[in-house]
Write a protein that binds this ligand. Structure first.
Ligand code: MF3
Ligand code: CO
Ligand code: CO
Length: 259
């Protein structure tokens, strides 16, 4: 399983793609409020991506029918936007934007809170955000994939939440999904050794209780088996000689609390 090493030129391409995906996520995030439909989100992603001379990577990917994944409440990931699905107070919703710009892909997501959200869901979202940060902090040349998984898993466990094992992060570059698979659980010192020039995503999904999942009949939507909520955050990260570059970092922190 060869993992692609990006040279200096390709790293510049990846930075540009990461900035596009991050900007579109911020654009959409600033417009979320109760009453918005997930189809509105899909339209905003298409419009904003086009303005940035990019293409939504997810549209048509293995037949995925939309430009963005919108995963609300008990939807863990890969939710399909729908005109009939409207945000309501108390919802949490993950918006996952992947953009292809000049041949490179950037992939990033965040979970937003709509109106007043109950304390358990707020804690879930906050823990997930911190799990992503803990995973990112492990990235450097010479570190192992197991270091990332172990850091995410330890924090999730300490906060009392479950970590999804069936889906994980991935390599990214001239394709949205490339080797390696990046687990959000694991053991320190195990797994692939990271090298400068590798680009991966880290995208932990946390659940309340044990994360048993089911797949809906549409073939895409992944939900918790018991209907309990789930949250996710994602960044695209470049491994560098001295540490890491978060290619989808937000220049101004996203406002996760929406009206
Ligand atoms: N952006 C998703 C990820 O983080 C990809 C979802 S594949 C799709 O890997 F086809 F559902 F869009
Ligand atoms: Co991803
Ligand atoms: Co994504």
């Amino acid at each position: 399983m060869a993992v692609y090493i990006h040279d200096e030129r390709e790293r510049a391409g990846m930075r540009a793609a990461g900035r596009v995906a991050a900007a579109t996520l911020a654009h959409v995030g600033a417009r979320l409020r109760s009453g918005v439909s997930t189809a509105d989100i899909d339209r905003w992603v298409r419009e904003d991506t086009a303005r940035r001379e990019a293409r939504p990577s997810q549209l048509g990917y293995k037949g995925f029918p939309a430009a963005v994944c919108t995963s609300r409440n008990h939807v863990v990931c890969h939710g399909i936007p729908r005109a009939t699905e409207r945000l309501a107070p108390g919802d949490i919703i993950n918006v996952d934007v992947t953009s292809e710009h000049a041949g490179f892909h950037g992939d990033t997501s965040a979970t937003f809170l709509i109106g007043p959200v109950d304390a358990e869901r707020r804690a879930l979202v906050e823990a997930t955000r911190r799990c992503l940060a803990a995973g990112v902090a492990e990235v450097r040349a010479g570190a192992r994939l197991g270091d990332i998984g172990a850091a995410v898993e330890a924090l999730a466990r300490a906060e009392g939440f479950g970590v999804v094992r069936d889906y994980g992060g991935h390599g990214i570059g001239r394709a949205m999904h490339m080797p390696p698979h990046v687990p959000h659980t694991g053991r320190r010192g195990r797994g692939l050794r990271l090298r400068a020039g590798m680009a991966i995503t880290i995208e932990p999904m946390l659940t309340i209780g044990w994360p048993a999942l089911s797949l809906l009949d549409d073939g895409w939507t992944v939900v918790t088996a018991d209907g309990s909520p789930s949250a996710q955050f994602e960044h695209t990260v470049l491994v560098t000689e001295s540490g890491r570059e978060v290619l989808t970092a937000q220049p101004v922190a996203l406002e996760l609390n929406c009206p």
